[in-house]
Design a protein around this ligand. Structure first.
Ligand SMILES: NC(=O)c1ccc[n+]([C@@H]2O[C@H](COP(=O)([O-])OP(=O)(O)OC[C@H]3O[C@@H](n4cnc5c(N)ncnc54)[C@H](O)[C@@H]3O)[C@@H](O)[C@H]2O)c1
Length: 358
């Protein structure tokens, strides 16, 4: 099912293995650059180039190294230099082909090049399909923190082909499931029920169950983004667990965890904090923990100093004047934003989680 985001100018389009570029990229562009990483290029680079040749426009490629460490201004600059050298102009198209790292950097590069050119994403990880490719957020990390530089630039199209997941690792799949769990917690108890019943099939890449969770997650994200593209209010609920996650990723140098793994730990921290603040029940905390464990996601705190964690959280870009604001859960499907969370209380909740450290 196509999902349109008219206010953002985006469209989410399901594709099958034999998709045809002429069916999906009908607009006339002067040229096109595919931004990808080494793994995606070696697996799918040729077949995409073959499809794009039908557009009969000059095609270019930029391949960056795999992983979060490529999400830097240095690599974005390298892309801009290459694009200018290739002769890309304001009618050119950027195609981000890969996981969330690639769509984040490709979106940023497209959003700034000549003050913004069109982007199309073809996400290849579950994380990309259900979250990173939708909503126009993009950017790069600074050494002092994650996603600190970026622009809001909505892709024209997001072409979603679950068949790409056949080659994605089980660890990556689990990481994407963390964001699906997030959607369930913030908005959709039924999605959580579906995950609970179908986790085995999902982890075995059973295509119908994948389509179900992708479709539902995309619909939830699209609906929230359309209501609040620039995150002035409701969109912030999608940050459930993420302030913890970003701090954990930064403090572990983006090496120990995949993004979704950090999100899983972060969501469990957020649940404990919600419980400690008296907003939610122990049952809620236990239920979310169970689903994350069912997906095979980590849920316990790594060996990092809690003071460092709180300090890092206070630098998150969602805060104002270094006061920590968090999304807090009341029950499944009901979360609220709380500004200026008491740091002593936060530490108390974190101490209880840290007693189960890995
Ligand atoms: N902009 C947003 O709204 C948003 C939302 C969520 C996450 N993100 C960002 O997304 C990033 C994480 O994305 P990710 O989890 O997709 O990681 P990723 O992009 O690093 O991809 C993970 C690894 O899997 C490989 N890979 C990708 N697709 C594959 C496939 N089909 N087959 C085999 N290998 C494949 C990649 O080469 C890479 O090595 C983080 O930087 C996170 O901040 C952004």
């Amino acid at each position: 099912v196509h999902i349109k985001l008219p206010l953002c100018g985006s469209e989410i389009i399901p594709i099958t293995e034999d998709w045809d570029a002429l069916d999906y990229l009908p607009q006339t562009y002067s040229s096109c650059v595919v931004i990808s990483d080494q793994t995606i290029d070696s697996l799918y680079g040729l077949s995409l180039q073959k499809k794009l040749k039908k557009l009969e426009i000059p095609l270019h490629q930029i391949i960056i190294p795999n992983g979060e460490s490529s999400k830097t201004l240095a690599f974005a600059t390298q892309c801009w230099n290459d694009m200018h050298r290739f002769g890309l102009d304001r009618q050119s198209l950027v195609i981000g082909f890969g996981g969330g790292v690639i769509t984040d950097i490709a979106g940023f590069v497209a959003g700034c090049y000549m003050r913004g050119i069109d982007a199309v994403y073809i996400p290849t990880t579950l994380m990309g399909m259900v979250d990173a490719a939708i909503g126009g957020k993009n950017g790069v990390n600074l050494s002092s923190g994650k996603n600190l530089v970026g622009v809001i630039h909505h892709p024209r199209q997001i072409l979603i082909g679950p068949h790409y997941l056949k080659t994605s690792s089980i660890r990556e799949l689990r990481s994407g499931i963390a964001e699906v769990i997030k959607y369930g917690i913030v908005q959709d108890p039924q999605l959580l029920g579906y995950l609970e019943k179908n986790m085995v099939q999902i982890l075995q890449l059973e295509i119908d169950s994948l389509r179900q969770i992708i479709q539902r997650s995309c619909a939830i994200k699209a609906n929230i983004v359309e209501q609040d593209a620039k995150e002035h209010n409701i969109r912030s609920i999608l940050n459930w667990g993420h302030t913890f996650a970003h701090a954990i990723e930064t403090l572990t140098n983006y090496e120990k965890y995949l993004h979704g793994e950090a999100v899983s730990i972060g969501m469990n921290c957020a649940a404990h904090v919600s419980y400690t603040m008296g907003f939610t029940s122990q049952d809620f905390v236990d239920y979310q923990l169970l689903i994350c464990q069912c997906a095979g996601l980590p849920t316990t705190m790594p060996d990092i100093s809690l003071d460092d964690l709180i300090e890092q959280m206070s630098k998150d870009k969602k805060n104002t004047s270094a006061k920590i604001s968090l999304i807090i859960a009341k029950e499944i499907g009901k979360v609220v934003r709380v500004n200026d969370v008491d740091k002593k209380l936060l530490k108390k909740a974190l101490v209880s989680i840290a007693s189960h450290r890995v």
